[in-house]
Design a protein around this ligand. Structure first.
Ligand code: HEM
Length: 126
């Protein structure tokens, strides 16, 4: 079994880029998440999530260099993240993981991370 820090070594830039592209391809038409994301800067949002994940899982620290400390709970405060939004985000990311068809070990670790992190980010009871 690999550790979280070895995921970048296993899937590389390309793996993260494909995963995040599969996720954002679903966002614009999603009835809950679509309205939350900036329609004129979806590419920027895609870059930010990709760079964050790359840095978090053993790759270059581009996210911290350009955005500073992630402080993800604070950065998500402008959005209403209730159980419904959390579950939808996870659903889209689970589907993205299926489509990206990354190596099994990386897929298991990433899926766990997304499930935990999205629960941690919830900031509204409904
Ligand atoms: C729980 C459901 C979630 C919702 C509804 C949500 C929604 C959003 C929205 C609307 C943005 C602003 C888009 C932008 O960057 O311009 C954003 C940013 C971001 N989200 Fe989430 N998010 C969720 C969960 C997560 C999770 C689990 C992660 C961690 C993998 C994450 C990581 C990020 C990052 C890194 C940014 C960019 C922050 C920045 O630098 O400004 N989000 N999210």
């Amino acid at each position: 079994m690999i550790s979280e820090g070895e995921i970048y070594g296993q899937i590389g830039e390309d793996g993260f880029a494909r995963l995040v592209a599969e996720f954002y391809a679903q966002v614009p038409t999603d009835d809950i998440l679509g309205p939350m994301y900036p329609p004129d800067d979806l590419e920027g949002a895609e870059d930010r999530l990709r760079d964050f994940l790359v840095g978090r899982f053993g790759g270059p620290q581009r996210y911290i260099e350009s955005r500073g400390h992630p402080r993800l709970r604070m950065r998500h405060m402008p959005f209403k993240l209730d159980q419904r939004a959390r579950d939808r985000w996870v659903q889209l990311m689970d589907r993205a993981l299926d489509h990206a068809a990354l190596p099994e070990e990386s897929t298991v670790l990433l899926r766990q991370f997304f499930h935990h992190m999205s629960t941690f980010l919830m900031n509204s009871p409904g």
